[in-house]
Design a protein around this ligand. Structure first.
Ligand SMILES: *[C@@H]1O[C@H](CO)[C@@H](O)[C@H](O)[C@H]1NC(C)=O
Ligand SMILES: *[C@@H]1O[C@H](CO)[C@@H](O)[C@H](O)[C@H]1NC(C)=O
Ligand SMILES: *[C@@H]1O[C@H](CO)[C@@H](O)[C@H](O)[C@H]1NC(C)=O
Ligand SMILES: *[C@@H]1O[C@H](CO)[C@@H](O)[C@H](O)[C@H]1NC(C)=O
Ligand SMILES: *[C@@H]1O[C@H](CO)[C@@H](O)[C@H](O)[C@H]1NC(C)=O
Length: 669
């Protein structure tokens, strides 16, 4: 039986143990055959990765077969030498653990071992491992239970996590002074280690240095170890590593080993490169920072978007009440008007006056040119009636009226949309050295046009419309220089037959009939009075009241009246016309002007008659001299003051306010 047992023993030994001249070099582990367990693996670029970011975990890598570590004749441990390069890369700069160990183990089955401070080699239940283990640990964790000296040390462990010898990780430099340098194991940079054992003196030497430093002549740790008594005949050789709660990746880049001799130097140029090392945590924080910045940007964009949206909502907000539903077609939406006038830009401003500003615009959908008049108003009082009027006025159709297309309401603002008149207002061609003059023919044409429009307002429609603000600046000229009566901002409507009821005096100084200033009641007759003023304006080329004129010439009517009394009425004509006029027509217009401007409303002709006179279908009535008796002059001066005062006091009462300044033309220049 004994020989048979012996035989089996030999077979076993031969099968499991390698030759005594074991010698290998791995510059990277791409081609290496290793026995891996735990989470150890060889990466695609040839790194031996013992642990990664999983934790807690252990990883082992051994030569697949054990090595005969003892001289078979003497039974003494053999000398050996090994060199390897490792790197410990903590995820967070100040939190790391636990380390790497070079291991000689009787059994490569370390399934009983624990990670963390047990380095994947030992467990807590026994104080002395039953598996024979000699390990050189590179420990980055301070464990008081194992009498660790610090969290960055090199130690020799024999069957126990309590090192028999350990020192702070450092190296002696090879320069003349024999300097000494500390070395951080967890710097993330590759570190080279040399472990040598000589059976002659029984010294186990451990040397380490940064990868770019040549092997130091003096080992960091040199310990007397009777290896012969500590190991078995054959031992597995390899590495163990473990991590605890603090994520650290442990890598071996290259490894050489030689039994009974000096291990070959590693070829640094052939080593696999580490995954992006260095400040891994900084990379993380950089990423987090970027994410935060992106998130802030995102929020900012959202916020700006919301603000813009809300702003545009506010910007385009309009007032719309139920009773306006019936006016649907005449109702414009503010956004369209905003777009039409390019946001009510100054370049689109046609004019500004007592009522508000007028802008030129092009409606976005239809491309129709319009004039948009902004009328500011403070209260909603009377707004409903006023809108009704506006809409009603919008139904007026006459070739000598400026068409009102519709309206839009906003909080303190009413917008009236009119047909656009390309040739500005009549006053631009009459007063203050006009750039271009109108011939007498054109003037007479305009007079007839305005007269027919006014006749239409007074008598031609279902309701009597009193315009209230007839004057040259409210007469607009279309593309054919036809006079068009515009600006119904002041017009009020009266049903046929009912008494006119007016509470506000509105109109423009110089065009106000005396009884209007006294009673405040606007009638068709007061319109005729203003029309008379307009006739004289056109014929004489000056305003009804001109402060700059000499004392007795301030009031135009007075001047014409004097000329008439002196029998030289044509002297009152516009001097700019020279002789380019028809005397009969000029005389007729001047006389008609006086007639319409008569202080007694009963002496003024109705518009029906005015039309006939202009068409020479009715004779011009005699101008009565009664009633003038200086009343005009007195009225002129008194009225100037009175009306000015009453006007300003009425400004606040009228929803669409009156003004003694010029009304705004609805035209381009
Ligand atoms: C074993 O020891 C004997 C005697 O000292 C020696 O001759 C032999 O070379 C040694 N073998 C090895 C592999 O070192
Ligand atoms: C501890 O390790 C030893 C080997 O050293 C093993 O025999 C034992 O079963 C382990 N104990 C536990 C609880 O795993
Ligand atoms: C090395 O580290 C030890 C312990 O941290 C410290 O006492 C010593 O001063 C350091 N030496 C050098 C050269 O940095
Ligand atoms: C171990 O270190 C000591 C002291 O530096 C030295 O004398 C000895 O030769 C070294 N042994 C080996 C195997 O290098
Ligand atoms: C080393 O161990 C061997 C075997 O246990 C023993 O024979 C030898 O005397 C020991 N040597 C020393 C110096 O203790």
């Amino acid at each position: 039986m004994f020989p048979k047992n012996m035989f089996f023993f030999l077979i076993l030994t031969l099968a499991t143990a390698s030759a005594e001249d074991e010698d290998f070099t791995y510059n990277g582990f791409g081609a290496a055959k290793l026995r891996l367990d735990g989470i150890a693996e060889i990466t695609t670029n040839g790194l031996l990765m013992l642990t990664d970011t999983r934790q807690p975990a252990k990883g082992h890598a051994f030569l697949p077969t054990p090595i005969r570590f003892k001289n078979s004749t003497t039974g003494k441990a053999l000398s050996f030498s090994t060199s390897f390069i490792f790197a410990m890369i903590p995820k967070y700069e100040d939190l790391f653990g636990h380390g790497i160990a070079f291991v000689l183990a009787q059994s490569a089955d370390l399934s009983y071992a624990l990670p963390s401070q047990f380095l994947g080699l030992f467990n807590s239940s026994n104080s002395y491992s039953s598996n024979q283990i000699v390990a050189i640990e590179f420990d980055s964790n301070l464990n008081p239970e194992f009498n660790d000296i610090d969290n960055n040390h090199v130690g020799i462990d024999v069957n126990s996590p309590k090192s028999i010898s350990s020192l702070h990780a450092a190296y002696y430099t090879n320069d003349d002074g024999g300097g000494f340098k500390n070395l951080s194991l967890v710097s993330g940079k590759p570190i080279q280690a040399w472990i040598e054992y000589s059976h002659l003196d029984g010294l186990l030497n451990v040397t380490l240095a940064p990868i770019d430093v040549a092997k130091p002549g003096v080992p960091r740790l040199s310990s007397n170890v009777n290896l012969s008594s500590l190991i078995s005949d054959s031992m597995y050789v390899g590495f163990s590593s473990s991590v605890g709660p603090f994520i650290t990746s442990h890598y071996i880049l290259g490894w050489s080993f030689k039994l009974n001799g000096r291990a070959k130097a590693l070829d640094l140029s052939r080593l696999p490169s580490l995954p992006r090392t260095g400040s891994k945590s900084r990379l993380e924080s950089w990423k987090i920072g970027l994410l935060i910045i992106l998130a802030i940007l995102f929020l900012l964009i959202i916020t700006i978007g919301i603000i813009l949206l809300v702003n545009s909502r506010i910007k385009f907000r309009e007032v719309f009440e139920d009773w306006e539903l019936e006016y649907g077609p005449q109702r414009f939406c503010f956004k369209d008007l905003f777009l039409a006038t390019k946001g009510f830009r100054d370049q689109h401003l046609l004019g500004a006056g007592g009522f508000g500003k007028v802008y030129r615009g092009v409606l976005p959908n239809t491309g129709i040119q319009v004039a948009v008049k902004q009328v500011s108003h403070e209260s909603r009082q009377g707004m409903r009636e006023f809108i009704a009027e506006i809409v009603s006025i919008g139904r007026l159709r006459h070739r000598n009226l400026v068409q009102l297309l519709g309206y839009c309401r906003r909080k303190r603002e009413l917008l009236l949309v009119y047909e656009f008149m390309p040739n500005s207002s009549l006053d631009k061609y009459l007063f203050n050295q006009p750039k271009s003059m109108l011939s007498w023919g054109q003037r007479f044409q305009i007079i007839k046009g305005v007269a027919s429009a006014l006749y239409y307002l007074h008598e031609g429609w279902e309701k009597v419309v009193v315009h209230r603000d007839i004057k040259a600046s409210n007469i607009l000229l279309d593309d054919q220089m036809n006079g068009r009566l515009g600006d119904f901002g002041l017009a009020r409507l009266y049903d046929h037959g009912t008494d006119p009821q007016t509470t506000h005096v509105v109109g423009t100084l110089g065009y106000l009939a005396p009884e209007l200033a006294k009673t405040g009641k606007a009638t068709t007759s007061t319109d005729v009075f203003a029309f008379g003023g307009f006739l004289l304006e056109v014929a004489c080329g000056r305003r009804p009241i001109e402060i700059r004129a000499s004392e007795q010439d301030i009031v135009l009517v007075d001047k014409v009246l004097e000329c008439w009394k002196a029998g030289t009425i044509l002297e009152a004509r516009d001097p700019n016309l020279g002789n380019e006029y028809i005397a009969e027509e000029m005389e007729m217009v001047l006389k008609l002007g006086l007639l319409c401007s008569h202080p007694n409303s009963s002496s003024r002709p109705p518009m029906r008659l005015v039309i006939l006179i202009l068409e020479r279908e009715a004779p011009l009535p005699e101008i009565s001299e009664d009633g003038w008796n200086g009343e005009i002059s007195a009225m002129g001066e008194e009225g100037f003051v009175d009306i000015g005062m009453s006007d300003s006091s009425l400004l606040t009462m009228s929803p669409f306010s009156a003004s003694t300044t010029e009304s705004v033309p609805l035209t381009g220049r």
